[in-house]
Write a protein that binds this ligand. Structure first.
Ligand SMILES: NC(=O)c1ccc[n+]([C@@H]2O[C@H](COP(=O)([O-])OP(=O)(O)OC[C@H]3O[C@@H](n4cnc5c(N)ncnc54)[C@H](O)[C@@H]3O)[C@@H](O)[C@H]2O)c1
Ligand SMILES: Cc1cn([C@H]2C[C@H](O)[C@@H](COP(=O)(O)OP(=O)(O)O[C@H]3O[C@H](C)C(=O)[C@H](O)[C@H]3O)O2)c(=O)[nH]c1=O
Length: 318
């Protein structure tokens, strides 16, 4: 059976491709534009595997997508996106193109019958901001995005919803929290902390550092997507959360402690514009309906992640 993974050279996509290789016998096509956030070397290595093929192209370009639609797929797992909030605040153009227009182009291909279903990978950021006393987001929470990245993802979610309702295309949406783990780009928070701490540089902490994120180890995320691929119901949305709410300052302190580095490395800097205060996810639908269970604890996964980055810094691999 064939699976198409868009954005399979990025952080979560690459982890997912490796997860599929380990746990299934699928033939996997990775379709990725190889932007700055991708891992071309890893992808090159993976293509030595007989069950992996790589096609470079953009989801915005119809010809590129058509080149990939040369066989039937059991499913498309759609990760490809511009993913960094700070970048979207500086310039939203690529986010509109890739996340909205790109998703539209992929949806259009589904009419041709090349794929039996598509899982659209989205984010809890589409639900917007929570106060400290609010209950975690459920799949029924209203969409209320606050930055250009999350607005572009919410737009793509609504397109997916409309293509299911209007055309009955076989579509599932997942919304997860902040992922962490190997292969995350250095621009994101946890890799930034590890990198700066490793090189004894100041660690920028936005605003008062009391913003809360709900952290999910990427391997738990991959396992959840596999389960949804196997048992998920078309037309549904599934939240995927780690149940690990932490303030940003606590995450920095924990990493510094694990790395044996001083708290004096922390530098409070200007806050992100439109900075969401808190995200938290209720994953009970996924747990009750599909039997999902997390396999990894936050502290152990964080240690593993730190070690992975240190190995890569020491080997000059990043
Ligand atoms: N990282 C997180 O914490 C997180 C949380 C929630 C949801 N998500 C979602 O998960 C998905 C993957 O996120 P990530 O963190 O792995 O992102 P990433 O930025 O690490 O990787 C994105 C990948 O998409 C590729 N890509 C970008 N534009 C493309 C285009 N036009 N055509 C084809 N490929 C293109 C890039 O080359 C890269 O390999 C995204 O849809 C993101 O919105 C991420
Ligand atoms: C890079 C950086 C970040 N921060 C703060 C900003 C946030 O409150 C938190 C995490 O930031 P990051 O940019 O890593 O992640 P989010 O903005 O929460 O977004 C991430 O999680 C969602 C779900 C996605 O969908 C995004 O794709 C993913 O990038 O740390 C700092 O204080 N300093 C820094 O240098």
């Amino acid at each position: 059976m064939n699976i198409l993974v868009t954005g399979g050279a990025g952080f979560i996509g690459l982890n997912f491709v490796r997860h599929l290789l380990k746990t299934t016998l699928y033939n996997i096509t990775v379709f990725d534009y190889l932007t700055y956030a991708s891992h071309p070397k890893e992808i090159k290595q993976l293509t030595s595997h007989s069950r992996i093929r790589f096609i470079k192209g953009s989801i915005v370009n119809v010809r590129d997508i058509e080149a990939v639609m040369d066989q039937e797929y059991e499913a498309i797992i759609h990760f490809a996106a511009e993913s960094h909030v700070d970048k979207s605040i500086q310039n939203a153009g690529d986010f509109i193109q890739t996340n909205i227009v790109g998703t539209y182009q992929i949806l259009q291909q589904l009419f041709k019958g090349y794929a039996k279903k598509m899982i659209h990978i989205s984010t809890d950021e589409v639900y917007g901001n929570l106060n400290s006393t609010d209950l975690p987001f459920t799949e029924n929470s209203p969409l209320s995005p606050n930055n250009p990245y999350s607005a572009s993802k919410a737009s793509s979610d609504l397109l997916v919803r409309s293509y299911y309702e209007t055309f009955q295309l076989p579509l599932i949406t997942t919304r997860c929290g902040n992922n962490f783990g190997p292969f995350q780009h250095i621009e994101k928070f946890i890799p930034t902390i590890i990198y700066n701490a490793f090189y004894n540089q100041k660690i920028p902490l936005y605003g008062d550092g009391l913003q809360v994120r709900d952290w999910l180890f990427v391997e738990d995320h991959c396992q959840a997507i596999s389960l949804i691929l196997e048992k998920g119901k078309c037309g549904e949305v599934y939240n995927i959360g780690g149940g690990n709410e932490r303030t940003n300052i606590d995450v920095v302190r924990q990493i510094l402690e694990m790395m044996g580095k001083p708290e004096s490395l922390i530098e409070y800097v200007e806050d992100r514009k439109g900075h969401d205060r808190r995200y938290a996810i209720d994953s009970s639908k996924l747990q009750k309906e599909l039997g999902w269970k997390q396999a990894f604890y936050f502290d152990e996964s964080l240690k593993k992640t730190i070690q992975w980055y240190i190995n890569n810094f020491e080997g000059n691999l990043l």
